[in-house]
Write a protein that binds this ligand. Structure first.
Ligand code: NAP
Ligand code: F7E
Length: 408
């Protein structure tokens, strides 16, 4: 009998890599996904097989972290031995606009799932192990350099506050109910499947489109923030290793190197041989009311106890993401040249990959946004970024279409 894993957030970046990884290990994988009016399975479509076929090992179930009953029903149906809780409203800037929703999904949603897992274990008698997707964002205003499992949390966003609660709930279920429950404190990890509103993907997507004349400007926020960026494919292995360990524990997962957003930008534009000064501008709307200035992880414990180590460094990550996004940009260029879709001359519209691949004109996905915020064009972008706290009144002008159009 194959081992059975249940993944919440299966349609996300990490969900897709973890699914691939577990299927490769012979698992039967079940995923919880939300019902939406459009398909959201793009990241796992290559893994999905029609359920009428033979040896189908990937199954999807409608559910939601906010719907405790759905989680209980799925657990008793699937009978997993491993549960990976990856679902979240995972965008930090968005969490300032939707703090309550973010806290409900991350903090209360995790509690719903922990309760359901505890009851499932106690009523079925099955052994079950639980993984919680904790985050380096919890370190916030960092108290030590680098950050390890002993570094105190000092969260700086509604997202991080909610993750801190979910972290401690996970620890408490381990201690109170003897549940095999682990926190993976993962530092930023990226990939060609990264959501297009996170800064790395926003940069690689825009740079490749600029290279092919599909876009002219890229609007960003704080270029001085530093992150410890790894590859998502490496990090899902660490999740699995935690649940195979002899004791339930918490682990930092990181590369041990930190770079500024500016470094990632220059690496990307340099790889494509284009000049960022000609294309990149600052839009204050992407500055956060409170910022995490620097993150640098110490993954010694994961290395020593789990035998885990990263395989991709920042320049390698840039090459991987740019090569992948260049393929998308070339497809888009071909469709534009053939007259199938309209040319996208500025960054005002996001490149909707799904619509490109399906040949649907962008116009059918909503009109273009207006130019956003005050721009600091040209060379000045490479000077000190203005760190002024953006007045609430400015931020309360969310213009979601524009925000999305600018890329988050
Ligand atoms: P992601 O791409 O944003 O994926 C999030 C997933 O959660 C999506 O599948 C999303 O479904 C699902 N989801 C959102 N709200 C839900 C709800 N109410 N009920 C059920 N599912 C819901 O995030 P990721 O980068 O893969 O990250 C995975 C997890 O690790 C998240 O918890 C994130 O906070 C955490 N984390 C990420 C990083 C990182 O650098 N990537 C680092 C540390 C921790 P839809 O497709 O329907 O939106
Ligand atoms: O921002 C700066 C921004 O949104 C990174 C999530 O997966 O990792 C992620 O959170 C940095 C920040 O990721 C833009 O201010 C500049 O300092 O890519 P990000 P994040 O906020 O670090 C953690 C570990 C998680 O757990 C989260 O789920 O880049 N930045 N200009 C920008 N960021 C964005 N998004 N857009 C910009 O235009």
């Amino acid at each position: 009998m194959p081992r059975v894993a249940l993944i919440t957030g299966i349609t996300g970046q990490d969900g897709s890599y973890l699914t691939e990884f577990l299927l490769g290990k012979g698992y039967e994988v079940h995923g919880v996904m939300r019902r939406a009016s459009v398909f959201t399975t793009e990241r796992i479509d290559h893994l999905y097989r029609d359920r009428h076929g033979e040896n189908v090992r990937l199954h999807l179930h409608y559910g939601d972290l906010l719907d405790a009953m759905s989680l209980r029903r799925i657990l008793s149906l699937v009978q997993p031995s491993e549960v990976y809780n990856l679902a979240a409203q995972s965008h930090v800037l968005t969490s300032f606009e939707q703090p309550v929703y973010t806290a409900e999904v991350i903090a209360i949603g995790t509690l719903h799932l922990l309760e359901a897992v505890r009851d499932y274990r106690d009523t079925s008698g099955n052994d079950v192990r639980f993984y919680q997707a904790s985050s380096s964002e919890m370190y916030g205003k960092v108290q030590t350099m680098p950050q390890n499992e002993h570094t105190p949390f000092c969260p700086r966003s509604p997202y991080a506050c909610a993750k801190v609660q979910a972290y401690w709930q996970t620890v408490n279920y381990r201690e109170a109910y003897d549940l095999f429950a682990c926190n993976g404190i993962l530092f930023n990890h990226e990939s060609p499947r990264r959501g297009e509103t996170f800064v790395t993907r926003k940069i690689t997507r825009a740079a490749t489109r600029i290279k092919l004349g599909l876009q002219d400007k890229l609007f960003l926020g704080n270029l001085d923030a530093k992150r410890d960026w790894g590859f998502a494919g490496d990090y899902v292995e660490a999740m699995w290793l935690m649940l195979q360990h002899s004791v339930a524990d918490d682990f930092v997962v990181a590369t041990g190197k930190t770079y500024a957003v500016r470094d990632f930008l220059e690496e990307t534009f340099g790889y494509l041989d284009i000049d960022p000064a000609e294309h990149v501008a600052i839009d204050e709307r992407y500055l956060r009311p409170t910022e995490v200035n620097v993150l640098l992880g110490d993954a010694a414990k994961a290395r020593e106890r789990l035998g885990w180590k990263p395989t991709v460094d920042m320049p390698g990550l840039v090459r991987m993401m740019v090569d992948s996004d260049m393929r998308l940009a070339k497809q888009e260029r071909a469709l534009v040249d053939a007259g199938h879709i309209a040319g996208q001359s500025t960054a005002e519209r996001s490149a909707d990959r799904a619509s490109i691949l399906r040949g649907v004109p962008f116009e059918e996905h909503g009109g273009p946004g207006k130019p956003a915020g005050r721009l600091v064009g040209g060379q000045s972008v490479f000077g000190e970024v203005e760190k002024q706290r953006v007045a609430a009144v400015d931020r309360s002008e969310p213009a979601p279409a524009n925000r999305l159009a600018g890329g988050g």
